[in-house]
Design a protein around this ligand. Structure first.
Ligand SMILES: NC(=O)c1ccc[n+]([C@@H]2O[C@H](COP(=O)([O-])OP(=O)(O)OC[C@H]3O[C@@H](n4cnc5c(N)ncnc54)[C@H](O)[C@@H]3O)[C@@H](O)[C@H]2O)c1
Length: 692
């Protein structure tokens, strides 16, 4: 298809003539059949809702077809309207447009649906099993049409994938405002998502799926590399303090070199663990129950070797230890069997985690032990009550085995997949030990193990403003990406020279990352890059990009953004804000304020989501995208918005008495006189102990 034909189809939106039905493509990865949750009357409502996108002349054919989709898949995707052209991040000028910012959004949105990038492209799901860009193909067609027509004095309003329409606004307003899964709080349980999503009135946008900000596996490889690097440091510190407390003179080096990291999941995000562990210099053993997922990661080279036999796997681990190899080994099977075997055989494991999709425990996110993959898939739809029992039994077994290994020194952390939350709900032994001396400290944990944010990302990164700054070159030209890599490296190196000791490690890790980014070949889909930077780093890098666009050293606009795994954008008590201990971790003011604040400081688009990583009802997160086009207006917007986008969270984390954030807040106020942050006063513990 030529670019002209493609443009014509975008401008057409919903076609006048009913397209031919599309055959089901079994070669692709499809979303699982969803729960049959609607009553007969509600099913009629779902079809009625779906038909409102189409002229009456289509209704006779579509009513039956949509009812069939609902019966067989539990959702109405409107497959027939899936376009015939290839969806991918095309060079920005190939999108028909009146407004450049809207074309940049089309570039980003298309990347989320690219077959090479999306998890279930025909169901418009980008990642995480249910992270949707749209609920159906009519929404896609209409949105693309609106974006191609919009001027820079209009704003497109989107309710959970549904384009409500174009509204008059102004040049500095966001071009698109997205909300996903915003519910009346009492209607935010897992089954509410099943029901209202099946009705076609809401969706789970995860975060970068519904924010049009997904950049393929690179984001998660980077985040996981930083996590494992810091987990290794944490393990070393724990070992040293253990040895010190026991007055031992043991050989620390022997215990900390060539670490073994054990976890589960080789799926969309979890698949990064194997590659990241090797980049971080560890031995990775990852269990994966789905043979397709194992095959994908193995064929990509992200997993070095696959094992079906646990004894052989253990022998291979010993060889890797002896040879001091950094290597990734997959176990094709259930993680519970692996943990139990490792515990029984006393395998020394230094780092442990889990990355099954426990944000979605009973609908395909977690496969219970003792049941084949195929039987589990059947049971979850045919006998959901029994399936739930099996999942819970399995989680209890998993925790028992993990507990045995942590008693022998393994450092275990929850990886933001709701593992401890669901294991606790299942009755597993994840309660924290009683506090020392019977006195509960403010920072006492909810669970026996920390979340990776409590121990690692929170105190080491987020509290200092470090988070996932990402960018995409809309020219789709790798040369532009290369230029941006060089610019970012230069900026970070200059910042490093004058940085305080508290943030030097983060800068070093990220300078190393960006220098090696090309070598690691992580670009899949759009020409994108990610690194962790604080407010100063993000602003300086973005300004340097804008200058380079102005000077024509970069050939087209660069979109900047981030994911939810950040300082300010997300309120998630068991993940991003799990290192907040003043009680406010169960509030969502920060995420909502962030979304609103970004909108009037110049974001090109903004998004607010219920869900995202840990599950529907468990988190509120917001995101943004900003198209830099080399103009003075871009410079003004990037400075205003990025400053807020990081420092909102710094101020909140500082108010929660987080030491790193208090340090950063004071440092920032010294530099920016217009900022006045309310600082907390700390109280002596002894004063409180006598009160109640
Ligand atoms: N910490 C982070 O930075 C971060 C980032 C993204 C996602 N997450 C969370 O991690 C989880 C995984 O995300 P994903 O995108 O990889 O999801 P996914 O569903 O694509 O992958 C999970 C994998 O786990 C496998 N699995 C399930 N039960 C298993 C078992 N008992 N034994 C072995 N394998 C099993 C599944 O087959 C699947 O391939 C989600 O809950 C997500 O929200 C965390």
């Amino acid at each position: 298809m030529t670019t002209k034909q493609f443009q014509k189809l975008i401008l057409q939106g919903i076609p006048d003539k009913l397209p031919q039905p599309k055959p089901f493509d079994a070669s692709l990865n499809h979303a699982p059949k969803r729960k049959d949750i609607l009553s007969a009357e509600e099913k009629k409502l779902a079809v009625r809702n779906a038909l409102r996108y189409f002229p009456k002349k289509f209704h006779f054919v579509l009513a039956k077809e949509f009812a069939d989709e609902l019966k067989t898949l539990g959702r109405i995707y409107m497959y027939r309207f899936r376009p015939d052209y290839k969806i991918y991040a095309r060079p920005i000028n190939e999108y028909p447009h009146t407004c450049k910012q809207a074309a940049a959004i089309m570039h980003m949105l298309s990347n989320n649906l690219d077959y090479a990038v999306a998890q279930h492209p025909h169901e418009l799901i980008t990642y995480g099993g249910n992270g949707a860009v749209f609920q159906n193909w009519a929404q896609y067609l209409l949105t693309m049409k609106y974006l191609s027509e919009m001027t820079d004095e209009q704003t497109l309003v989107m309710y959970s994938g549904h384009p409500l329409g174009l509204f008059p606004s102004h040049k500095d307003a966001p071009r698109v405002v997205v909300t996903n899964g915003m519910m009346i709080p009492n209607y935010s349980k897992q089954d509410d998502w099943e029901k209202f999503n099946a009705l076609g009135v809401t969706q789970y946008g995860q975060m970068t799926a519904g924010s049009f900000m997904y950049i393929g596996p690179q984001g998660i490889v980077h985040g996981t590399t930083i996590t494992i690097l810091n987990a290794k440091r944490m393990y070393v510190r724990n070992q040293k303090s253990e040895i010190r407390s026991q007055n031992k003179t043991s050989n620390i080096k022997h215990q900390t070199s060539n670490l073994l990291f054990v976890s589960s999941g080789l799926g969309g995000m979890s698949g990064a663990q194997a590659k990241a562990a090797v980049i971080a210099g560890a031995i990775a053993v990852i269990a994966e129950v789905n043979p397709k997922a194992t095959h994908t990661r193995h064929s990509q080279g992200w997993v070095d070797e696959v094992f079906f036999d646990l004894d052989k796997l253990i022998t291979r681990v010993e060889i890797a230890r002896n040879k001091k190899e950094a290597v990734s080994l997959a176990y094709q099977g259930n993680i519970v069997d692996l943990w139990e075997k490792f515990a029984k055989k006393n395998v020394r494991v230094e780092l442990g985690s889990d990355q099954t999709s426990l944000h979605n425990p009973y609908a395909g996110g977690y496969y219970p032990a003792g049941i084949s993959f195929e039987d589990a898939n059947k049971m979850m739809t045919e006998n959901p009550v029994q399936f739930k029992k099996e999942v819970q039994k399995s989680l209890v077994r998993q925790v028992n085995a993990i507990n045995k290994l942590t008693e022998k020194g393994m450092y275990f952390f929850d990886y933001g997949n709701a593992f401890l939350l669901e294991a606790g709900r299942a009755g597993a032994d994840v309660a924290p030990p009683p506090p020392k001396g019977g006195i509960k400290k403010e920072t006492e944990r909810t669970f026996r193990y920390p979340s990776y944010v409590q121990d690692i990302m929170g105190p080491m990164c987020f509290d200092f403003g470090f988070g996932p700054f990402r960018w995409v070159c809309t020219s789709a030209n790798p040369k532009d990406l290369d230029t941006t890599d060089k610019i970012a490296t230069k900026v970070l190196e200059a910042i490093y020279k004058k940085s305080p000791k508290e943030i030097k490690q983060q800068l070093v890790d990220n300078i190393r990352w960006i220098k090696e980014a090309q070598k690691n070949k992580l670009v899949v889909g759009s020409q994108a890059r990610i690194l962790y930077a604080d407010a100063e780093g993000r602003i300086k890098i973005a300004k340097a990009f804008n200058d380079a666009i102005k000077a024509k050293k970069i050939s087209a606009p660069v979109v900047i953004g981030r994911d939810h795994h950040d300082v300010s954008g997300t309120d998630s008590p068991f993940r991003e804000t799990s290192n907040i201990y003043d009680g406010s971790q169960f509030t969502a003011d920060m995420a909502v304020q962030n979304f609103v604040g970004d909108s009037f400081r110049g974001a090109t688009w903004i998004s607010l989501h219920n869900g995202g990583g840990v599950g529907w009802g468990e988190v509120i997160n917001g995101g943004f995208g900003m198209a830099l086009d080399g103009t003075n207006a871009s410079e003004r917007r990037l400075k205003a918005m990025l400053f807020w986008d990081v420092n909102n969270g710094i101020a909140r984390r500082s108010w929660a008495r987080n030491k790193g954030a208090m340090h950063t807040a004071l440092r920032t106020m010294k530099k920016e006189k217009k900022m006045k942050i309310t600082m907390p006063t700390t109280v002596e513990d002894s004063l409180l102990e006598k009160l109640f």
